[in-house]
Design a protein around this ligand. Structure first.
Ligand code: 6PG
Length: 475
């Protein structure tokens, strides 16, 4: 039989994506895996899907209608390169290879360039939503050529999540644009998760409430402006008791956070682009800090605050934390969208930020009510220079900033680490400031390295003769 789409790599994400594809009208799906066992298992467990199994790349290519379209769902890195090489051997000009993994966007740019030489199209597509999203509808962020989008667009639209009646997929931009945007999505995901974790920690340590009680608070928050997948699952995690000990599960999970690298890529890329994504950076560093048990052990006896910081009014405190969370979340998204804009400028991608906010409304891990507000902000002003200054967000920050300050003060006084809350607030105040001590930094740079400075009152570059008579010269 002839398939119109194929999937290579049948681990959970690949298998679920293949089942999703097969469940849509008009699709026949060819499947291929490195080991035969997985292919057979998938085909026999899901007869309803009508899969076309292939046991070699030749067979796989022969089972696909032209232009052949295949989605690779294998480990990022060497496994992806090997799979691409194998497909290039059996595919023909005009065919399309889609990498649906979490590839690092410079790799995608490199692969696209190399594959293009053969006349085959290569599309790096970010896919978010975990196993469940892959099966029932993910958010999809494809890059690649306009030509491949013609064939691929309808297929991806058929399997994507739907938000407000629109499929959560758009042609993000050429070559690595899709994986770039997926990378930033993950960076925002890190920030969002860390902010929620800080909120939980502040409430727990401030009020002594149990995880199950805090779960109720999150469930309540999920009915308001914070409504999102991550808040929802946080309540579920906090509600869970460990079967073995009867303790809250969160108390028996080792407090060392893992990371597969996408958060670090987001921060590394932001550093080279000169975009301050401080919330994402703090979230990434917080995971690293947690994962150094030897240093945490060595620091255990360092002194903390000498007096206790009691929370007098628990209800007011919880509300303050909620507002601090919302404000910090606005900052994290604002920073993330800045990085996308800077990346687009650097790599020559024409990325519609409003369209990105729309495809994140459903299917992905950071899906949230809030993304509707971002979509509205970009609809009103497509060239918005700073998301957090858009009227809706400026207003929300204005309402929340006093609470945000109280929470950061409480965290500081109580010795509770809240790196994402406090760095987001510092970013907010930094951008707001009329004058920054950056002027002094420029003076210092000029002093030791004659790096020159510009003046507020005259054009040009200047240098003070620090080791001479300290007069100023034009550089
Ligand atoms: C998604 C997720 C997904 C995955 C990441 C995060 O959008 O579906 O972001 O891509 O969970 O790999 O993983 P780490 O937290 O391990 O970096």
């Amino acid at each position: 039989r002839t398939a119109n789409i194929g999937v290579v790599g049948l681990a959970v994400m690949g298998a679920n994506l293949a089942r999703n594809l097969a469940s849509r009208e008009g699709n026949t799906v060819a499947v291929l895996n490195r080991s035969r066992g997985r292919t057979d298992a998938l085909v026999s467990e899901h007869p309803e899907a009508g899969f076309v199994p292939a046991y070699s790349y030749e067979e796989f290519a022969a089972s696909l209608a032209k232009p052949r379209t295949a989605i690779i769902m294998v480990q990022a890195g060497a496994a992806t390169d090997a799979t691409i090489d194998a497909l290039v051997e059996v595919f023909e000009p005009g065919d399309i290879i889609v990498d649906g993994g979490n590839a690092y966007f410079p790799d995608t740019i490199r692969r696209e360039r190399a594959v293009r030489e053969t006349g085959i199209n290569f599309v790096g597509a970010g896919i978010s939503g975990g196993e469940e999203g892959a099966l029932n509808g993910p958010s999809i962020m494809p890059g690649g050529s306009d030509e491949s989008w013609v064939t691929l667009g309808p297929i991806l639209k058929s399997i994507a999540a739907v938000a407000e009646g629109e499929p959560c997929v758009t042609h993000v931009g050429h070559d690595g644009a899709g994986h770039f945007v997926k990378m930033v999505h993950n960076g925002i995901e890190y920030a969002d998760m860390q902010l929620i974790a800080e909120a939980y920690d502040l409430i727990r340590r401030g009020t002594g409430k149990s995880p199950a009680e805090i779960a109720e608070i999150f469930a309540e928050w999920n009915r308001g402006e914070l409504e999102s997948y991550l808040i929802e699952i946080t309540a579920e995690v906090l509600r869970q008791n460990d079967a073995a000990t009867g303790e809250p599960l969160v108390d028996v999970i080792l407090d060392q956070a893992g990371a597969k690298g996408t958060g670090a890529w987001t921060v590394q890329t932001a550093l080279s682009l000169g975009v301050p994504v401080s919330g994402i950076a703090e979230a990434t560093f917080a995971r690293s800090l947690s994962s150094h048990p030897e240093q945490r052990e060595a620091a255990r006896d360092l002194p903390g605050p000498s007096t206790a910081t009691p929370v007098d009014d628990e209800i007011a405190f919880v509300e303050d934390v909620r507002q601090a969370l919302y404000a910090s979340k606005i900052v994290a998204y604002s920073q993330g969208f800045d990085e996308i804009r800077a990346g687009a400028a650097e790599y020559g991608w024409n990325i519609d930020l409003g369209a990105i906010s729309k495809i994140w409304r459903g299917g992905c891990i950071i899906r949230a009510q809030f993304l509707n507000r971002i979509a509205e902000a970009y609809a009103e002003q497509p060239e918005l220079p700073l998301l957090m200054a858009a009227p809706y967000f400026a207003d929300a920050l204005g309402r929340g900033q006093e609470a945000w300050r109280r929470v950061v003060v409480h965290a500081t006084n109580a010795g509770i680490p809240a790196p994402a809350f406090s760095s987001s607030l510092a970013y907010y105040d930094g951008l707001r400031a009329e004058r920054l001590p950056a002027a002094l930094v420029q003076g210092q740079r000029d002093f030791f390295g004659a790096h020159t400075y510009r003046r507020v009152d005259r054009a040009g570059s200047f240098h003070t003769l620090w080791s001479g008579d300290r007069s100023e010269v034009e550089a």
